[in-house]
Design a protein around this ligand. Structure first.
Ligand code: KIV
Length: 286
C-alpha cells in the first residue's frame, strides 16, 4: 500500500467528534504549496486558506481587495501540498454578500477549481440564506463572527467585538442562526473569552477561536504570525513560536556577502561540461 493510500483525510465529521470527545481542534492558515506541505506534515487538523493572504502575502492593508481569482490560485497551491489535513478557503469580500447565486457560483469555483473542502463566510443572520443554499448544494460552510475583517470600515478599526450586552447578545444569536442554517463550524474572532465560552457551550457545532480565549473547541492562528515571519506589530493574542523572519534575513545576508566576496558558488558546486544532467539532491550544509 502506498503512503498516500494509508493517510486518512480529515473530514467534516471529525470536527464534531472532536467536540464531543473534548479534543481540541487545530487550525492554521497557509497560502502556498511549500508551507502547506510543511504544515500538513506537522499534523494539524485543518488548514484555512484565509483571505488574510491579502495582508500577509500580497501586502494589502486590509482583506478587502482580495479577489476570487487570488483565492483560487492560493487554494489550488495549498491543495496540491496537503494529503491529510482538511482544507477550507475564505470567500472574499462581495463574492457572497450579494446573494445566493453569487455565493453558489464562487463557492463552487473554490471547490471545483481549487480543491477546497469547505468555504468560510463572514457574518451572521444576514448571510444565513447563502449558508443554507450552499449547504443544500453540498458545500460545507464555516461561519465567522466577532471581528470580521471584511467589515473593518464598519467597525472603524481592528477592535474587540461583543463587549457590551447588546453586541454580545447579537453574536450569540448569529452563532445560533449559523448553526441552524447548516454551518458545521464557527470561527470566533476577537471577542471576550467568557462570551466565546458561552457560545461554545450553547452550540452543538465546534467553535474555533482567534483572540477569543481558551474555551473554544479549537484555535486558529495566521501561520506567518506564529512563525514570526512578518515584522509587523502583532495583536497581543498571537504567540510567536519561532522567529523565522530573523533567520531568513540572516541567511540572505550571508548569501549576499558570499556572492560579493566571491565565496559562492565554490568550484565544487559548479557544473562541468561533462555533466549532461544536473542533479537535484538534498541540500548540503557547506
Ligand atoms: O483570513 C483569515 O486568515 C481568517 C482567520 C484568521 C480566522 O479569517
Amino acid at each position: 500500500m502506498t503512503r498516500e493510500a494509508q493517510i486518512r483525510r480529515i473530514s467534516t465529521t471529525d470536527f464534531r467528534k472532536k467536540k464531543s470527545a473534548q479534543e481540541k481542534i487545530v487550525f492554521v492558515t497557509a497560502y502556498d504549496f511549500p508551507t502547506a506541505l510543511l504544515v500538513d506534515e506537522s499534523g494539524v487538523d485543518a488548514i484555512l486558506v484565509g483571505d488574510s493572504l491579502g495582508m500577509v502575502v500580497l501586502g494589502y492593508e486590509t482583506t478587502i481587495p482580495v479577489t476570487i481569482e487570488d483565492m483560487i490560485n492560493h487554494t489550488r497551491a495549498v491543495s496540491r501540498g496537503v494529503k491529510r489535513a482538511f482544507v477550507a478557503a475564505d470567500m472574499p469580500f462581495l463574492t457572497y454578500q450579494s446573494g445566493t447565486s453569487d455565493a453558489l457560483k464562487n463557492a463552487g469555483r473554490l471547490m471545483q477549481e481549487a480543491g477546497a473542502m469547505a468555504v468560510k463566510l463572514e457574518g451572521g443572520i444576514e448571510i444565513c440564506p447563502q449558508v443554507q443554499a450552499l449547504v443544500t448544494a453540498g458545500i460545507p460552510v464555516i461561519g465567522h463572527l466577532g471581528l470580521t475583517p471584511q467589515s473593518i470600515h464598519v467597525f472603524g478599526g481592528y477592535k474587540m467585538q461583543g463587549r457590551d450586552d447588546a453586541s454580545a447578545r447579537k453574536i450569540v444569536a448569529d452563532a445560533m442562526a449559523l448553526e441552524s442554517a447548516g454551518a458545521f463550524l464557527v470561527v470566533l474572532e476577537c471577542i471576550p473569552a467568557e462570551l466565546a465560552a458561552e457560545i461554545t457551550s450553547q452550540l452543538t457545532i465546534p467553535t474555533i477561536g482567534i483572540g477569543a480565549g481558551p474555551h473554544c473547541d479549537g484555535q486558529i492562528l495566521v501561520l506567518y504570525d506564529l512563525l514570526g515571519i512578518t515584522g509587523n506589530v502583532q495583536p497581543s493574542f498571537v504567540k510567536q513560536y519561532a522567529q523565522i523572519g530573523q533567520e531568513i534575513r540572516a541567511a540572505v545576508k550571508e548569501y549576499a556577502s558570499e556572492v560579493r566576496e566571491g565565496k559562492f558558488p565554490a568550484v565544487s558546486r559548479s557544473a562541468s561540461s561533462d555533466d549532461s544532467v544536473l542533479s537535484y539532491s538534498s541540500p548540503k550544509k557547506a
